[in-house]
Design a binder for this molecule. Structure first.
Ligand code: ADP
Ligand code: MG
Length: 233
């Protein structure tokens, strides 16, 4: 069985429609979408061990009861030492409990602290009429305030992906302004195409969110991923 099938089956068996970050990122990996190196810790010791293998790390809460990890005080960035990792691990558990009493904790994801890039958002949502609809935009205020996003119905071809990228108002930010190096557009095109393929292959995916992806002069990296399955009918 493919990894993606397996992960969806596990979630179904546990009556979950929400795939956690480590599950969503494993699916991205199967589709050749670059994600941060990661591992899952269920003890403080495991977190320290994983961190020592990765280097500077990020710790985040993994809980079926927490959709937005930072809202729950569940994201700790750029941890450099074992002590910082231990403190963050404990703080994540405490914050989760404070945020939602009795929140189930699957573990803590330990991942590489990715170098800053241009933040972009890639998503897919199932529209009742059109089916899987892909979304592209720049991260932060560009999406939330300015609604500067583009849409296409999946499946898409490379031409569509390129248009999705070039038609947003913020496109010049990706081509390099004020002496900044241009972003690797081909890498973004590749992610859009792979997401299109994934949601087409698995109609049970209702919603997919790569928010954010860091775009670089060479390549791109997805630092957060979330998939929501359709309710079982
Ligand atoms: P949420 O569930 O709240 O969306 P995220 O995983 O997106 O949590 O983390 C919140 C923010 O932290 C991101 O928007 C990004 O700016 C930053 N971040 C998350 N993971 C990483 C990482 N591995 N490396 C660098 N920055 C990260
Ligand atoms: Mg996010």
């Amino acid at each position: 069985m493919s990894k993606t099938k397996e992960i969806i089956a596990t979630a179904r068996a546990e009556n979950r429609t929400f795939l956690l970050e480590h599950e969503s990122k494993a699916i991205m990996q199967e589709y050749g979408i670059p994600v941060t190196k990661f591992g899952v810790a269920t003890t403080e010791e495991e977190a320290v061990q994983l961190a020592s293998e990765i280097g500077a790390v990020v710790l985040k809460v993994l809980s079926p009861d927490i959709l937005h990890k930072s809202d729950a005080g569940g994201v700790f960035l750029n941890l450099q030492t074992a002590d910082e990792v231990r403190a963050a691990y404990q703080q994540i558990l405490a914050n989760a409990e404070k945020y939602k009493q009795g929140a189930r904790i699957t573990g803590v994801i330990v991942q590489e602290f990715a170098k800053q890039g241009v933040e972009i958002i890639i998503g897919s949502i199932k529209d009742k009429q059109f089916g899987n609809t892909l979304l592209f935009g720049l991260g932060g205020i560009f999406v939330e305030v300015l609604k500067d996003v583009s849409f296409r119905v999946a499946p898409i071809i490379p031409y569509d992906a390129r248009e999705m990228i070039t038609e947003i108002k913020g496109y010049p930010i990706l081509t390099g302004i004020r002496g900044k190096e241009p972003c690797d557009i081909d890498a973004i095109v590749n992610i859009l195409l792979q997401v299109s393929k994934l949601v087409t292959d698995y109609p049970e995916i209702n919603e997919l969110d790569l928010n954010p992806v860091f775009s670089y002069p060479k390549g791109a990296k997805c630092v957060d991923a979330r998939i929501i399955l359709e309710e079982k009918t």
